[in-house]
Ligand binder design. Structure first.
Ligand SMILES: Nc1ncnc2c1ncn2[C@@H]1O[C@H](COP(=O)(O)OP(=O)(O)O)[C@@H](O)[C@H]1O
Ligand SMILES: [Mg+2]
Length: 257
């Protein structure tokens, strides 16, 4: 207890009469890939929004390396080492893929974003390093061929991958992925699962990933937390969760093969 990278403790979030989250508790161990699954409206994105301080929980606590982060300003969350992608994308559509990834580096560089965009002389060297790193990341996620394309010209699945590269540019210790597999076909799903595992293996990143897609989530996760109507329904290894009668009844409808 308390030694995990991230601890969610009795987290409750209400919108009027709706309990988006109802006393949810679980831990994410360092270097783990933790899957978060549950039907539409179960509270998965709300949980991410609480962790990244877009929403203020009604009660409960989130601990980062044992310290409560509930009172931190939102802009300090990325600086702690928590990065994320969004269910509905948050790219700069008119900017190039490369520029989108470069933006992700700016919480790690000395110069502020605006100073860098203005390209004062002293910034150029740092900018060259940022650009090299962005290209390395694009290669890492398999997007080097579209570095110069406008972000919004890419299919949805590739845009999600650009967001992933941008989140990685900030060198997060914890990466929150909200439905990264949306819109992918079976082959692309397998490639994404391999990429998420490669992120953990080569960068050492801890991952908390929301997905509807059972096969993807079970293939990629060490540990799975199941939400239903804002409550934690079950947690355990992928095999334990898939056998859990409450999970089968509430979510799977039938045992997953
Ligand atoms: N900003 C908001 N205002 C009002 N209700 C919200 C808001 N965000 C989420 N909810 C509600 O909270 C519940 C959980 O939603 P969400 O976290 O998006 O679920 P999931 O990501 O699991 O599909 C839903 O009932 C949703 O309508
Ligand atoms: Mg969601």
């Amino acid at each position: 207890m308390g030694s995990a990278l991230l601890c969610v403790r009795d987290l409750t979030l209400r919108f009027g009469g709706v309990h988006a989250l109802d006393s949810v508790s679980f831990d994410v161990e360092e270097h783990a890939i933790c899957g978060l699954i549950g039907p539409n409206g179960a509270g998965k994105s709300s949980l991410f929004n609480c962790i990244s301080r877009l929403y203020a929980p009604s009660s409960g606590e989130i601990l980062w390396r044992g310290q409560p982060i509930g009172t931190l300003a939102r802009h300090r969350i990325a600086g702690l080492g928590i990065g994320r992608t969004f269910q509905n994308l948050a790219l700069f559509g008119a900017m190039s893929v490369l520029d989108n990834v470069r933006v992700g580096s700016h919480c790690r560089t000395q110069a502020g974003l605006w100073a860098s965009l203005l390209r004062t002389g002293a910034m150029r060297q740092e900018e060259a390093a940022v650009e090299r790193k962005a290209m390395d990341l694009l290669r890492f996620v398999g997007l080097e061929g579209v570095a110069g394309s406008r972000a919004d010209a890419l299919p949805f699945g590739l845009q999600k991958r650009v967001e992933l590269a941008r989140a990685l540019a900030a060198e997060p210790a914890l990466l929150l992925l909200d439905e990264p597999a949306a819109g992918l076909n079976a082959g692309e799903l397998d490639a994404l699962a391999a990429l998420v595992r490669r992120i953990r293996e080569t960068l050492g990143t801890t991952v908390l990933v929301v997905e509807h897609h059972m096969r993807f989530l079970m293939a990629v996760s060490d540990h799975v937390v199941v939400l239903n109507f804002g409550r934690k329904l079950a947690e355990g290894s992928p095999a334990q969760v898939q056998r859990d009668p409450a999970v089968i009844e509430a979510y799977l409808g039938a045992p997953a093969s």
